[in-house]
Design a protein. Structure first.
Length: 181
């Protein structure tokens, strides 16, 4: 449950004002045992995950769940049902589910299982494979340039060689370098 709370409240919105808009509508949040209760202003009812997505639907929102395979477990049916509901009814809410453990992510989503709430729903898949050494170097140069960070060729090549083209690790190493680690 705590992973779910963290994922939902670390939602990636396309603009800060959208988050502020939604938060202004919340009267309070109380955590009781294994449940989270969100109350909207003017109401006393507990809001479900589907209800939260419905509220977010009033404005264009993109929700990104990184390492979404971690949603597997006792709450997975609630999450899948809420995603299916949002898919059917919340046209302004877009979901991005990403994960480093692709097999577990597919298992969680169960899009090919006729009993899954997401069965038969369209999704777009982006697979990012391992980069070549040259692609890794180009990727790192572009990333540092985009952030306005000056870096030496030696640093770029070392990161590219150590992390052997794995995009997530290249990003992690570059961010660590920028933070001085």
């Amino acid at each position: 449950m705590s992973d779910l709370h963290r994922l939902i409240f670390n939602v990636s919105l396309s603009a800060l004002d959208k988050l502020i808009y939604v938060l202004r509508r919340i009267r309070g949040v109380s955590i009781m045992g294994n449940a989270i209760e969100v109350r909207w202003r003017g109401g006393r009812e507990q809001v479900s995950l589907a209800g939260l997505f419905n509220e977010l639907n009033e404005r264009r929102v993109v929700m990104a769940f990184d390492e979404a395979q971690r949603l597997r477990g006792p709450l997975s049916s609630e999450v899948l049902n809420a995603l299916a509901h949002a898919y059917d009814f919340d046209r302004n809410v877009t979901f991005i589910l990403s994960g480093s453990e692709v097999g577990l992510l597919y298992e969680f989503m169960s899009v090919e299982d006729p009993n899954s709430p997401l069965f038969g729903r369209y999704f777009y898949e982006v697979r990012i494979g391992r980069f070549t050494r040259d692609e890794s170097i180009d990727f790192l140069w572009r990333g540092f340039k985009e952030l306005g960070v000056e870096v030496t060729t030696d640093v770029i090549e070392t990161i590219a060689d150590v992390f052997n083209g794995i995009p997530g690790w290249l990003v992690y190493a570059a961010n660590a370098y920028i933070r001085g680690r």
